[in-house]
Design a protein around this ligand. Structure first.
Ligand code: CUA
Length: 161
């Protein structure tokens, strides 16, 4: 079959783009642990007040030592705020929303997930640098979306949690 030169150039360019895009996804997943969340858990957004976990969202150290942070996003704040976690220890975040779609991005880290009504987003991250981080909502959620920020404090070893 005869294919015009320009046609062939476009075809290979399209193939090249796909290779670059897929390569970027795989490269980021391997190098920076950037990947879509895979946790699947539902919750009734109208009944968060009845949830033992989300009626009083907090940082909890489970009996096995795991640090779990439950977060409720709601126009236009995150609860708890600030969030204090230890450095160099896996921290599992569990997010949900009481109203509309929100984002939860810890600036300067790869922690970035959506807080959606009806679902619990979960991811685990280990912070290696103590300090104060900004948490931003990166989904437009209403008139004061730009004010929806929180604080994450990563405590140095030996500090209170
Ligand atoms: Cu919450 Cu934007």
């Amino acid at each position: 079959m005869h294919v015009e030169l320009y046609e062939r150039i476009w075809m290979w360019a399209a193939v090249g783009l796909i290779v670059i895009f897929v390569g970027t996804l795989l490269g980021m997943a391997a190098s920076s642990a950037v990947h879509p969340p895979s946790h699947m858990e539902t919750i009734d957004p109208g009944a968060l007040a009845d949830s033992p976990e989300f009626s009083n969202p907090a940082v909890v150290v489970r009996p096995d030592g795991a640090v779990v942070v439950s977060v409720v996003a709601q126009m236009f704040s995150f609860s708890p705020n600030p969030i204090e976690v230890p450095v160099n220890q896996p921290v599992t975040f569990r997010l949900t929303s009481a109203d509309v779609d929100h984002g939860f991005e810890i600036v300067g880290t790869n922690a970035n997930a959506m807080a959606l009504p009806g679902y619990v987003s979960q991811f685990t991250v280990t912070f290696t640098k103590p300090g104060t981080y900004t948490i931003g909502c990166n989904e437009y959620c209403g008139l004061l979306h730009h004010n929806m920020v929180g604080i994450l404090v990563v405590n140095p070893p030996g500090a209170r949690e």
